[in-house]
Ligand binder design. Structure first.
Ligand SMILES: Cc1ncc(COP(=O)(O)O)c(C=O)c1O
Length: 438
């Protein structure tokens, strides 16, 4: 039996794939190698990883500097618990993260993935108010179309419609505002007025009950899984101002947007704001190992100090601050200094500027939008949101042409590794036009 078939048969026996209805899903792709922007399958086919393997792989697969850092660290200190111990990679990474993060974020708590970074943020915000004598500030405000992960707290903050619907009774309630982007009514709401819509609602909520609200949580500038919905920086700035005025913490979920994705190191920079809590993951290790970090302001850290153990943040995971993952993350940050990373990001955005508006000429397309390395094409669909199958058949045709895409309902997007060359991305959009014209 060939290697390709063998892998698929053994996989089918025991592997439960994420976000997959196994009864109807096509067979998984047996991937055996990756280099730069390309994946290699067991049967020798090559695919361009146009979505950076769920938005993790920023510089390109198996970057030699990250591979070397992992290998060196694994041979030096593989793992040690972070409670009561420390080690060079975690200290260096913490210094480096604080030095590049929006200003004011001074302390770093580590966990393993985006969802757990969000759980940490929610629990820290909740306990911050309890520790400072205001336990009634325990509720959260979030955005419509939000996605913050699949653990129970993260699902509560996320829009239940998309992924959390079946678990609604398990989740805690949150107030939800729309950022003003109106997908069903593009054109009826002027872009310049959109931020105002969400902000007016947020002001209303804060004026009525900010005394009960711990934090506002949001994906700044781009809501990823919700369909690559792009905000105006004024919206983010307005949220920051309202949080300040009403004594509400701002949690920025930069799990997807961090480390260059939107054209800045962090999306908050577009609005020149600093959150009180920042969550990062995905590209933090260049897409090699699971790691996440929740950065907080000094005032949060201070609120957990004291002689009473119960004031402390009694939370952690077996692999919190794993040395190998931290070393990979330091290597990832070094690449921003040693290679022209932001030039590569600009080159990707330039392809979007050139190619995406042209797609509006096709009947099937309702909207295009882009920011940094994120380019999204929304197809006309009767079913709104993630459950729409509109883009799925297009994605499977892309696969035949050698491109790995994964639609979000009616939205087909590209978010390639920064190593992707302009010609490679142009070739992908040539295929896009060909498929749309069929
Ligand atoms: C903005 C955002 N937050 C949190 C998460 C959850 O991250 P993870 O899948 O690593 O748990 C994701 C994942 O896509 C995300 O896009």
């Amino acid at each position: 039996m060939n290697r390709h078939r063998d892998l698929l048969q053994r996989d089918a026996k025991h592997v439960w794939h994420p976000f997959t209805q196994a009864s109807i899903a096509p067979e998984p792709l047996p991937v055996v190698r990756a280099k730069g922007s390309w994946l290699e399958l067991a049967d020798g086919r090559r695919l361009l990883d146009a979505i950076s393997s769920w938005w993790t792989c920023n510089h390109g697969h198996s970057h030699p500097d990250i591979v070397a850092a992992i290998s060196h660290q694994a041979a030096t200190l593989d793992h040690v618990l972070l409670a009561g111990c420390t080690h060079p990679p975690v200290v260096e990474l913490s210094e480096r993260l604080v030095s590049i993060a929006p200003k004011g974020l001074e302390k770093v708590f580590y966990s393993d993935d985006g969802s757990t970074a969000i759980e940490v943020a929610l629990k820290l915000a909740f306990k911050y108010w309890a520790n400072t004598g205001r336990p009634e500030k325990k509720h959260f405000v979030a955005l419509a179309h939000a996605y913050h992960g699949d653990t129970v707290g993260a699902m509560s903050a996320g829009d239940h419609g998309a992924f959390g619907g079946s678990y609604a009774s398990l989740l805690f309630p949150v107030e939800r505002i729309h950022h003003g982007y109106n997908n069903s009514c593009t054109g009826c709401v002027e872009a310049s007025q959109r931020p105002g819509l969400g902000l007016a609602k947020l002001r209303e909520i804060f004026e009525a009950r900010s005394g009960e609200i711990a934090a506002m949580i949001m994906e700044p500038m781009v809501q990823g899984a919700g369909g690559m919905l792009i905000q105006e920086p004024e919206f983010l700035r307005g949220v920051r101002e309202l949080c300040d005025a009403h004594d509400v913490l701002l949690i920025a979920d930069e799990v997807m947007t961090g480390f260059g994705r939107t054209g800045k190191m962090f999306a908050c920079e577009h609005a020149e704001i600093s959150p009180d809590i920042l969550c990062v993951s995905k590209a933090i290790t260049g897409g090699t190992l699971p790691l996440s970090a929740t950065l907080v302001r000094e005032k949060l850290w201070n609120a957990f100090l004291g002689q009473d153990k119960a004031r402390a943040f009694l939370h952690g995971h077996s692999y919190t601050g794993n040395p190998i993952a931290c070393a990979a993350a330091v290597a990832n940050l070094n690449i921003f200094a040693s290679e022209p990373v932001f030039k590569r990001i600009e080159a990707i955005e330039a392809v979007y500027e050139e190619r995406l508006p042209a797609l509006l000429e096709y009947d099937a397309v309702s909207e295009v939008r882009w920011l940094g390395t994120i380019g999204a094409v929304e197809l006309k669909s009767d079913v709104k949101g993630y459950m729409s199958n509109k883009a799925a058949s297009l994605a499977s045709k892309f696969l035949e042409h050698g491109y790995l895409m994964r639609p979000l309902g009616p939205v087909l997007y590209t978010m390639p590794p920064y190593s992707t060359k302009s010609e490679e991305l142009h070739a992908l959009y040539d295929v896009f036009e060909k498929l749309l014209s069929q």
